[in-house]
Design a protein around this ligand. Sequence first.
Ligand SMILES: [Ca+2]
Ligand SMILES: [Ca+2]
Length: 263
Amino acid sequence: MDQTMNPNRPYIQRMLILLILSSLVRGASLQRTTSSAPRLVLSGWVPNACTLVVCGSSETRPKGEEGDQGLPRPQGLQGPAGPTGIPGSERDFWWKGISGGKGSRGNSNLPELESLKTQIRDLETELEGLKAAITKTQRVLLPPNGVMVGERIFKTDGSRGDYDAARETCSRLGGALAFPRNAAENSALQKIVTWHNRRAVLGINDMATEGRFENLNGDAIAYSNWARGEPNNLGNEDCVEMHEDGKWHDRGCTLEWLVICEF
Ligand SMILES: [Ca+2]
Ligand SMILES: [Ca+2]
């Protein structure tokens, strides 16, 4: 058919094309609204490219269901240990050092202290050796001529003499004429007298004042062990002898006795 026969033909053709396109677009819109996907909204038909843009607002979309919380996350592996911190005291030390705090006082006496400890240990060892030697001396050397009482040793060399000779003998040996200051010492001297079966002269007298017996230093005696009836100064007796029973008698000073010295 010729265009000249129908002057509205171009217009009719464009209308047909538009109707076809409109049908296609509408069909697509229906497919989208029946699916579970978000609905497509056609705001209208405008003969340009923007008419195909989905322009629906989010408010018109249905709210979706809440999703599952999902499986809990597995616990992660323990990380490597961190560096060791500075102990409190050291930290304070460094902090004081940085902040200008007072420094700790040095101990310059440590070497001297260690030296003293060493000397003390040496002395203790030496003391133990001396104790062993003393014990051996007591056991082997003293009897029957000597006895140790505390720190004092009573010893005789077996010599005899009067009072003056006895004093001289003991002084020459580096000691003094013995006299007992207590019962233990009296017992020790008695042993020597008994062993030698001879009376001994003691280092006390009342030459200066009758009846006041004193030692060689001039001090009045504090201990005595007089026999019954003694001292009686019979015939002017100013010296003292010990009998085998340990008892004392005042006697004249020119008799001959066993000499016992004390050290
Ligand atoms: Ca007398
Ligand atoms: Ca007498």
